[in-house]
Design a protein around this ligand. Structure first.
Ligand code: BGC
Length: 458
């Protein structure tokens, strides 16, 4: 087989595996968006107080935080593929259980189960892709995962809108939300069935000293000759004993861990999910009517979707670092202007809409995909599962804090009001600019093994 020929084969096969693994991102996006359509009916049916409503919304995030935390240890031990399968199963069980509860407590437990699945998949899908991808287009392939997240968010707005049309008001309150949450079974089952067809990653197999199986997978994707040299590179870095988490605290890897965790937290505390979860509320506060606010929310989805595609195109060309720096600068500017617009009376809702869209676009080409790419490629294979999980756990925990505090902060009565809230996000975005420019290394085009060597030298 010619080099060019084998390369083409490699990319094609890796892309198919990447797309399958990325469906985990779709489940993530689905659950991010589905609750926004369902919560109003759930509130009416169960007569929810605000605090209880908060629990219904954030139970998924709590479950996901837990799922992210355990995914690393479990996947280092039992394999990436098996744990992805477990995540799909949990998601399916959670979706079914969310459709049939008769009490709020049952609903919260069901959402937590689905959340554990989402948290595991959110960590392991990008990690799986990073471990099978060729270095030169690893950024793009892992970004397919983020693309699946935003597709999930976008498609779900329409699924929700379609479901409410099925019945009258009584039906909406009693049943529509059950169909919305239960519909997750469809992508969940599809994910499960497709996962059965992908191989374990060669890098995990090597870590388990299963050289023959690893070579087989590499050959399937890479052709015989290229497979041998790649295996050789992985073998060179193989260590005799299993690494422990304390290794991450030693100089060198400690820096990798700090970068992973800080990027993960910054991705969330620059406010993306304040927009994703509460966009209609924000637009209403800016003086927009309910219907227009919903329409503007759909615009947010479209912009997020389109600019994630731009990121896919750019990430292996210009690299991770420039995207992070430029993206965070634009995020800081747009957040500051949104803050100003809320402060100054008589500013048009259109201005707010424009800068929120600019913010979402900037996030979608930078911190959205790049953070997931980097936390799955920064760490050495022998400890990648656990290290990526620590970063992913931090990300979900930060998401939980933002989701809980934003509705309190944004109201003048209970918090600091919308202007100051957006300024806080803007200041954090400035921190993100400085951190990305000064501390984050470029990993574009490097093999995972080259990245690993980078930390040894430090
Ligand atoms: C983030 C999610 C967010 C989504 C929005 C992802 O990268 O991790 O929290 O909802 O992007 O597109």
């Amino acid at each position: 087989m010619t080099t060019a020929g084998s390369r083409r084969t490699f990319t094609e096969v890796a892309t198919i595996y990447a797309i399958i693994a990325a469906i985990g991102g779709f489940l993530f996006g689905y659950d991010t968006a589905v609750i926004s359509g369902a919560i109003g009916f759930i509130r009416q049916l169960f007569g929810l107080e605000p605090a209880m409503e908060g629990w219904v919304v954030s139970s998924l995030i709590v479950g996901a935080t837990l799922g992210a935390a355990v995914s690393g240890f479990l996947s280092d031990r039992f394999g990436r593929k098996r744990m992805l399968i477990l995540s799909a199963l949990l998601f399916i069980v959670g979706a079914i259980a969310s459709a049939i509860p008769s009490t709020v407590a049952e609903l919260i437990v069901a959402r937590m189960i689905a959340g554990v699945g989402v948290g595991m998949a959110s960590t392991l899908s990008p990690l799986y892709i990073a471990e099978i991808a060729p270095a030169r287009n690893r950024g793009r392939l892992v970004s397919i995962y983020q693309f699946a997240v935003v597709t999930g968010i976008f498609v779900t707005y329409f699924i929700n809108a379609a479901i409410v049309r099925f019945g009258d008001e009584a039906w909406e309150i009693n049943y529509s939300w059950r169909w919305m949450l239960g519909f997750g079974v469809v992508p969940g089952l599809l994910y499960l069935l497709l996962l059965l067809r992908i191989p374990e990653t060669p890098r995990w197999l090597m870590k388990q000293k299963q050289e023959v199986a690893a070579l087989e997978v590499l050959e399937r994707m890479n052709g015989r000759e290229a497979a041998k040299s790649e295996l050789h590179e992985i073998v060179n870095l193989k260590e005799g004993k299993e690494a422990s988490v304390t290794e991450l605290l030693r100089p060198g890897l400690r820096l990798a861990l700090i970068i992973g965790v800080v990027l993960a937290v910054l991705q969330q505390i620059t406010g993306i999910n304040a927009i994703m979860y509460y966009a209609p509320d924000i637009f209403k506060q800016a003086g927009t009517g309910t219907n227009a606010a919903l329409l503007q929310t759909v615009l947010v989805g479209i912009v997020n979707f389109v600019f994630t595609l731009v990121a896919l195109w750019l990430i292996d060309k210009v690299g991770r670092k420039p995207l992070l720096v430029v993206g965070a600068i634009l995020m800081a500017i747009s957040l500051a202007v949104v803050g100003y617009a809320f402060q100054a009376e008589n500013v048009s809702g259109m201005l707010i809409l424009f800068f929120i869209l600019l913010y979402v676009a900037s996030f979608a080409v930078s911190f959205g995909p790049v953070v997931w790419v980097m936390i799955s490629e920064l760490f050495p294979t022998r400890i990648r599962g656990r290290a990526t999980a620590i970063a992913s756990f931090s990300l979900w925990f930060a998401d939980f804090i933002v989701a809980q505090t934003f509705p309190i902060l944004i109201h003048r009565r209970t918090g600091i009001g919308p202007a100051a809230t957006f300024w806080v996000f803007a200041v954090i975005a400035v921190v993100a600019v400085i951190f990305s420019a000064a501390v984050v290394p470029e990993t574009k085009g490097k093999s995972l093994e080259d990245i690993e060597k980078m930390w040894v030298r430090k």
